[in-house]
Design a protein around this ligand. Structure first.
Ligand code: PEP
Ligand code: MN
Length: 263
């Protein structure tokens, strides 16, 4: 179902009034984790002001350490909904299991399956049964074929509103958090009709690299970006070093426009 042979024309995923996979480059932005009402409201305002189309933020955080901040859970989803309404932006947040999926469907417009859960097949099937748009991130060490087969699990249960997201893969390189696989963009476009986003934040782990990788992703044909933006990255509870501050995000958005028009 995910293959180009099964469906020739590009899939366009609609999240409220936002279309992903058409002619526009869609920028989804917001903090890594939902920390407080004030933090998400500020982020939402900046995302909106600079031209971001969808607000992101994690309420269920699958952290490497069980002692790291795990997210505000349902309270966080409520904050997201409020901030999204306030800024007039649709919202997306990661789900990690069926209970969190059920909650997210009540409060938000789109869900995300993170890299660590890309092959959580029961979760993929549950999202496939839920009628909600989904961002499916590439697993830490997943091949493109494994990633597309994960998407197939969602489509085969009846949900075709799937957007893929390249977020960097594990290589021997340690200078960046992950290695951004830019070739995945044209390859996925060749193999599948699904839209593809690039996450320049988790793929680099460094805010100073986000702008150049974003431009490269758009030049390579990405349908959009998933970017971490925090009102005060130094104080972020999660992923501060890779988060853009409002000025950084504004400057990214300005430089992205000519690149998007050139493709
Ligand atoms: C995220 O987007 O907040 C996240 C945890 O990303 P990933 O699953 O790509 O590590
Ligand atoms: Mn993060």
């Amino acid at each position: 179902l995910v293959s180009r042979e099964a469906k020739e024309e590009n899939t366009i995923v609609h999240v409220k009034d936002v279309a992903i996979g058409g002619d526009e480059v869609t920028v989804i932005a917001g903090p890594c984790a939902i920390e407080s009402v004030e933090q998400v409201m500020k982020a939402a305002e900046e995302v909106r002001r600079c031209g971001g189309k969808i607000l992101r933020g994690g309420a269920f955080k699958p952290r490497t350490s069980p002692y790291a901040f795990q997210g505000l859970e349902e309270e966080g989803l409520k904050i997201m909904r409020t901030a999204g309404r306030f800024a007039g932006l649709p919202t997306v947040s990661e789900v990690i299991d069926e209970p969190s999926l059920e909650l997210a469907c009540q409060y938000l417009d789109m869900v995300q399956i993170g890299a660590r859960n890309m092959q959580n097949f029961r979760l993929l099937q549950a999202v496939g049964r839920a009628r909600i748009p989904v961002i499916l991130k590439r697993g830490l060490s997943a091949t493109i074929e494994e990633w597309l087969m994960a998407a197939e699990y969602i489509l085969s249960e009846g949900n075709s509103q799937v957007i893929l997201c390249e977020r960097g893969i594990r290589t021997y390189e340690t200078a960046t958090r992950n290695t951004l696989d830019l070739s995945a963009i044209p390859l996925v476009k060749e193999l599948s009709h699904l839209p593809i986003l690039v996450d320049p934040s988790h793929s680099t782990g460094a805010s100073r690299l986000v702008k150049s990788m974003s431009k490269a992703a758009v030049a390579a044909g990405a349908d959009g970006l998933l970017v971490e933006v925090h009102p005060d990255p130094c104080r972020a509870l999660c992923d501060g070093p890779q988060s853009l501050d409002p000025e950084g995000f504004e400057s990214l958005m300005k430089e992205l426009t000519p690149v998007a028009h050139a493709v």
